[in-house]
Design a protein around this ligand. Structure first.
Ligand SMILES: [Fe+2]
Length: 578
């Protein structure tokens, strides 16, 4: 059994464990550190005396141990380390590396440095049943061109490649042709990051990048670059005929992408630096719509170009921009591709999996495929759960496993809001029913309760539904599945008020028996109580916190928040003190 550890040095730092071509476990640093978007940096990246980096080392070791525990391996089993970063790539000595990962693994053979977009590409290639197709990667930015000599996994360039690579560039969009086993680079946009370039004038250190256009939009609308999801939600309120016609983001017929930062500086001078409520701000709503619609247009034009040169009915899409469910739906509805492969960890956390998979193929292991899934966390034992429960003074009841779903569904029927902790955690940014807050999707008060008392969210932001896969088309205008909440579709039933966005759509998760038996059975019980096989499903966390990981995190969050009940596997905890 080979054991390969993938490490993503990025915001959303993460570790994954791959064995014999299969993903066994993965965790983001934020889940253990409890700091949102926590990175895992090397000592050498900022100097050996930095206390912050010492903490990152400890956290990296904790993440590695978590993955080893979850998959039943020992530290000594680690043979290969694979690293991906969107920053400057730092090669380290073995002694530095072993200090960083918590000791010298007996079977260690090699470290691979994997280009960032290549790792995004390998991640999503794993989930498409090895179908040949185009793999598109779009994010903020990836590897520096000046680092190409450091990587010991190298991309192969297709002879027909469209290549806009500046020697002082940073990859921002890449596309690969995947033949079911090997990949070749068919498109790269890697513009210079130097401020001396005309196109970077007024860019304020942002790149000529679709992802950075969103960072700008997020900062302009919400005072922080990390709120792209909110900008996407806000776009639903914009009016097409009110947005300015001049293009900010564009792509030429030959595939050159441009973000016009000079125009941004001239036209937009009302940044929401105090993060005020935007529910009445037409200005910001229209900007959000502009960013959203220009992004969709540019992606579609690029895909059309690529498909003309590389005909296929399959698209794989990865990189942080692939989290944009509205754009994903537009791609699906364009009918350019019969299959659009998406998964939940397309942002930088997934590059830990991608880097390790790249190393696995490089080492000669069979390339394997997985069903689309994002549950890669460890399961907690009853003993661990009861120990955590004993540290709090809440009333609790141990349920027979057969009655868990029945009781939970009855509580949903009574409009109670539940903390739901089952099995292993989700790896990506979306709770998919294992670390979720669940609520009644038809109750008029659900959204108000969640917005005001639990999530501190703006009233105009939507919550997502989870529905039984085979019944989804009765309630949503959709064909096929959406197992990792990557699609945005029209809601057909007007009663589903708590999960319907302003524009009549919802970011749907579908679930079948194979993917999540617990949640699937719960939804059937819920149908008996409320008439719908649907739940409102939002991530289990307090405002500003990462999604919970452990029973302790769940109890801590429960103790501070306003959830009515908490299901920790088969332990039902109520707010009443003992
Ligand atoms: Fe990335």
């Amino acid at each position: 059994m080979s054991v390969i550890i993938g490490i993503s040095h990025s915001h959303n730092g993460s570790v994954a464990l791959i064995s014999d071509g299969e993903v066994k476990s993965a965790i983001q640093g934020e889940r253990i550190s409890r700091q949102k978007r926590k990175s895992l940096r090397f000592y050498s990246e900022m100097g050996v005396n930095s206390k912050v980096l010492k903490n990152d080392t400890k956290l990296t070791q904790d993440c590695i141990n978590y993955c080893l525990d979850a998959s039943g391996f020992k530290h000594s089993d680690i043979e290969v380390i694979a690293i991906s970063t969107p920053w400057k790539c730092h090669k380290v000595t073995n002694s530095e590396l072993f200090k960083y990962i918590g000791g010298t693994p007996k079977k260690y053979t090699k470290t691979f440095y994997v280009p960032h977009h290549y790792a995004h590409m390998e991640y999503i290639a794993h989930y498409g049943d090895l179908k040949p197709g185009i793999i598109l990667v779009i994010d903020g930015s990836g590897s520096l061109e000046s680092d190409r000599s450091i990587f010991n996994i190298k991309e192969k360039y297709d002879s027909k490649i469209t290549n806009y690579t500046h020697f002082a560039g940073k990859e921002v969009v890449s596309a690969y042709w995947f033949d079911g086993f090997k990949s070749t680079l068919i498109y790269r946009f890697s513009p210079s990051i130097s401020p001396a370039e005309d196109y970077n004038k007024d860019a304020n250190r942002l790149n000529q990048s679709i992802g950075h256009y969103w960072r700008w939009g997020s900062s302009y609308c919400y005072g922080s670059p990390n709120e792209a999801g909110k900008v996407m939600g806000l776009a639903a309120f914009g009016k097409k005929d009110e947005i300015i016609k001049e293009k900010i983001l564009s792509i030429s017929d030959k595939g050159w992408i441009k973000v016009d930062y000079q125009k941004i500086r001239e036209k937009f001078d009302k940044p929401n630096i105090f993060n005020l409520d935007l529910s009445k701000s037409k200005h910001h709503q229209n900007i959000a719509l502009k960013i959203q619609s220009e992004t969709e247009e540019v992606i579609l034009k690029l895909l059309l170009m690529l498909k003309e040169k590389y005909p296929t009915d399959t698209l794989y899409f990865s990189g942080g921009v692939a989290l944009n469910v509205v754009a994903n739906e537009r791609i699906k509805n364009s009918n350019l591709f019969k299959n659009v492969i998406l998964n939940g960890s397309v942002e930088d956390n997934g590059t830990a999996i991608g880097a390790a998979l790249a190393a696995s193929v490089e080492q000669g292991f069979e390339r394997k495929s997985s069903v689309i899934k994002d549950y890669y966390g460890r399961k907690y034992s009853n003993k661990e759960i009861l120990k955590a429960v004993s540290e709090y003074s809440f009333s609790y009841k141990i349920l027979d496993s057969k009655e868990i779903n029945k009781i939970a569904a009855e509580l949903i029927g009574k409009e109670k809001v539940l903390g739901w902790f089952q099995d292993g955690s989700e790896f990506g940014p979306r709770a998919l029913g294992n670390r979720s807050i669940l609520a009644n999707p038809i109750s008029p008060s659900t959204k108000h309760i969640l917005d005001h008392y639990m999530k501190s969210r703006e009233r105009y932001r939507p919550y997502a539904p989870v529905v039984i896969e085979e019944l989804a088309d009765q309630y949503f205008d959709m064909v096929g599945a959406s197992p990792v909440m990557m699609r945005n579709v029209k809601v057909l039933d007007k009663k589903l008020k708590a999960i319907t966005h302003f524009d009549g759509t919802a970011r749907v998760q579908t679930v079948n028996k194979k993917e999540n038996k617990n949640l699937y059975s719960l939804l059937f019980e819920v149908k008996k109580n409320i008439g719908y096989p649907i739940l409102l499903n939002t991530s289990f966390n307090l405002p500003g916190e990462p999604i919970i990981e452990s029973p302790h995190d769940a109890l801590f969050s429960f103790s501070r928040g306003s959830l009515d009940y908490l299901f920790l596997e088969n332990v039902l905890i109520s707010r009443k003190k003992q």
